[in-house]
Design a protein around this ligand. Structure first.
Ligand SMILES: *Cc1c(COP(=O)(O)O)cnc(C)c1O
Length: 409
């Protein structure tokens, strides 16, 4: 770790770890096996010494990206995965077992909601609570509670959980606290500052940023002492207790489950990550301007965006995210506007799933990601039929505003 700022650190990270031939990018390593001249060294790497054996457990290229994410999050270590969902699945499935209890925010990404349903089917009890108030989390506590999960900024409703207060309470109760930091990224919010034990990022979104690679990461902030966590298997109870959790996630999540990030994708994400701060600044500014404009538009019933003073957690977001509010917003059109007709008229914003891209993307929610869960659960998450999600990119601001104006006409 250096004393340099965020972007300097990321841009110079590969070079400073002595890449061969003075290369400034860590090369893509397509090799699946890594050979040893010394059998003792081979055994040592199998037994936990840092190194490479088989690419399912990582390559020098994924390792270089992991170093960057760790620096971004100011964490102790990171493991990358093939996607954000693979990172979340590895976290839940390797650290929880039947009979354990998980408290989750009810305002979460639809696919994460589905994943927690699978987890519940395997015997892990899951309670969904409104995590914008820590008291709801506290009320859900049981002796079997092992973990608390929330998104830093919720996809797609933009609710901001009581992140710091939850972190403080988890520390008192010695619970593993997992934050999905995808929508804020470590540029707006470091999980460690919120008291998180683990921080998950979908690298497919803002960190990669260019819509050309899938990836995910779990970062251990180093705050949690895993020696008191009963679910760590005996072989991983070695070395510093702050590293045990990540060792288990890596061994079971990569070695056993195999959701490994490919070197080519890691390389693309690494290059994309160099401009994370610049892109976030631009996308957040665009989103704020657009949210302000749309909140005054007669055909818009409601804009969900933490940068607007009427957002229920506006002040909390202002304090925690350094005066930036992310690039995602929920937009509810008035009933008399036909949502599909409106979407078909857009010319700059792209009708596509995904978020955190350089390009602005829109998606109707109730008919897509939230379709499977049914109207009741959608209502509890605040997803109405005329709700669309807009992920704002780095286009010229006026072009985005003009596109909404013509499509709403
Ligand atoms: C997209 C997303 C994920 C999943 O990431 P993938 O890389 O698409 O698998 C997880 N959490 C949040 C908040 C997301 O927006």
């Amino acid at each position: 770790m250096t004393n340099n700022g965020f972007t300097t650190t990321i841009i110079h990270s590969d070079r400073r770890s002595s890449v061969e031939h003075g290369a400034i990018h860590k090369p893509m390593h397509p090799s699946t096996q890594y050979a040893f001249a010394d059998a003792r060294e081979l055994a040592a790497v199998f037994q936990g010494k840092p190194g490479f054996t088989y690419a399912r457990q990582g390559t020098p290229t994924t390792s270089a990206l992991e170093a960057k994410i760790t620096q971004m999050e100011d964490g102790a270590g990171t493991v990358t995965f093939a996607s954000g969902m693979a990172a979340l699945a590895a976290t839940f499935f390797t650290l929880l077992k039947a009979g354990d209890h998980l408290i989750s925010s009810q305002h979460i990404f639809g696919n994460t909601n589905s994943l927690l349903g699978t987890l519940a089917g395997l015997g892990v009890e899951v309670s969904f609570v409104d995590a914008t108030d820590v008291n709801n989390v506290i009320d859900a506590y049981r002796p079997e509670t092992r973990m608390v999960f929330t998104e830093s900024l919720a996809n797609p409703g933009t609710q901001v959980a009581d992140l710091k207060a939850i972190g403080k309470w988890c520390k008192e109760k010695n619970l593993v606290y997992v934050i999905d930091n995808t929508l804020t990224t470590p540029w707006l919010c470091q999980g460690k500052a919120m008291g998180a034990s683990l921080c998950v990022n979908s690298l497919s979104k803002h960190i990669g940023g260019h819509g050309n690679a899938l990836g995910g990461a779990v970062t251990d902030t180093g705050l949690y002492d895993w020696s008191g966590y009963g679910n760590i298997a005996e072989p991983y109870r070695a070395g510093k207790p702050t590293s045990w959790g990540l060792t288990q996630i890596k061994k079971k999540g990569l070695r056993d489950m195999g959701g490994t990030l490919a070197s080519e994708a890691a390389h693309r994400i690494s290059a994309g990550a160099e401009t994370l701060a610049l892109r976030m600044e631009s996308a957040c500014a665009n989103a704020l301007a657009l949210a302000r404009f749309l909140s005054q538009h007669p055909k818009v019933a409601k804009v969900h965006y933490p940068g607007l003073p009427e957002h229920p957690q506006h002040e909390r977001a202002t304090q925690m995210f350094g005066g930036r509010y992310g690039a995602l917003m929920g937009i509810e059109l008035i009933d008399s506007v036909d949502l599909f007709e409106f979407l078909n008229r857009l010319r700059v914003l792209i009708l596509a799933t995904h978020l955190g891209d350089n390009r602005s993307l829109v998606l109707p929610m109730a008919h897509t990601i939230y379709y499977e869960m049914g109207p009741e659960r959608r209502a509890s998450m605040g997803i109405s039929d005329n709700f669309l999600r807009a992920s704002i990119g780095i286009e010229d601001t006026q072009d985005l505003i003009d596109d909404f104006v013509q499509a709403l006409q």
